[in-house]
Design a protein around this ligand. Structure first.
Ligand code: URA
Length: 209
């Protein structure tokens, strides 16, 4: 997988535009995030290993493809990552789910960890870390550090929007972790928000301020 994949499918781009629009309601924002996450999950799992299993169709026996290996681990980077879980779990219902809680210190923009709970056998699973916004990349890089410390080896990062700064930070810290996103925006502003972006993803999906 290449380091950055931008999924510029027209359906995703249309839904993303609705999400960016400041007049879109909390309910619509949440529903669209769920839908886009499902479509992005399809893309990030494109190269999952498959094996074959012997089955009988009504016509004749065949060796048919099935997913190989342990169940995937989806890791939500709290709290906005939770908005991506439902759509992904609809597509991959057997996935295990973990959580990394990091908050961003508003002055230093550095991540501070407050929660960490992940499935067992992380070294044997494909691990997909999810956070809608790859902004400075500091939280994402720190979350991936923790996942690697927990044994994860095959890690991918799924987001809705990325900034050039965030992509560069991730590439420097974790060149082995491919990123899949719906869009690469222009830049970060002085507060670390993605421009043009969509504002604070957590606030928009949960109706907080
Ligand atoms: N987190 C968000 O929710 N939005 C941004 O633009 C940057 C970080």
């Amino acid at each position: 997988m290449q380091h950055l994949t931008i999924v510029d499918h027209p359906l995703i781009q249309h839904k993303l535009t609705l999400m960016r629009d400041r007049t879109s309601s909390t309910a619509l924002f949440r529903a669209l995030l769920r839908e886009i996450s499902q479509l992005l999950a399809y893309e990030i799992t494109r190269d999952l290993p498959v094996t074959t299993t012997r089955i009988d169709t009504p016509i004749e026996p065949m060796d048919a493809p099935t997913l190989d290996g342990r169940k995937l681990a989806l890791i939500s980077i709290l709290r906005a990552g939770n908005g991506m879980l439902d759509g992904m779990l609809e597509l991959i219902p057997s996935a295990r789910v973990g959580f990394v809680g990091l908050y961003r210190d508003e002055e230093t923009l550095q991540p501070v960890e407050y929660y960490f709970k992940v499935p067992d056998l992380m070294d044997e699973r494909v691990v997909i870390a999810v956070d809608p916004m790859l902004a400075t990349g500091n939280s994402s890089a720190a979350a991936i550090d923790r996942l690697k410390a927990a044994g994860a080896r095959d890690i991918r990062f799924l987001c809705l929007l990325a900034s050039p700064e965030g992509v560069a930070r991730m590439k420097e810290a974790h060149p082995d972790v491919p990123i899949v996103t719906a869009a690469l925006d222009a830049r970060l502003n002085e507060k670390g928000y993605i421009v043009p972006g969509l504002g604070d993803a957590g606030d928009r999906m949960f109706g907080t301020k």
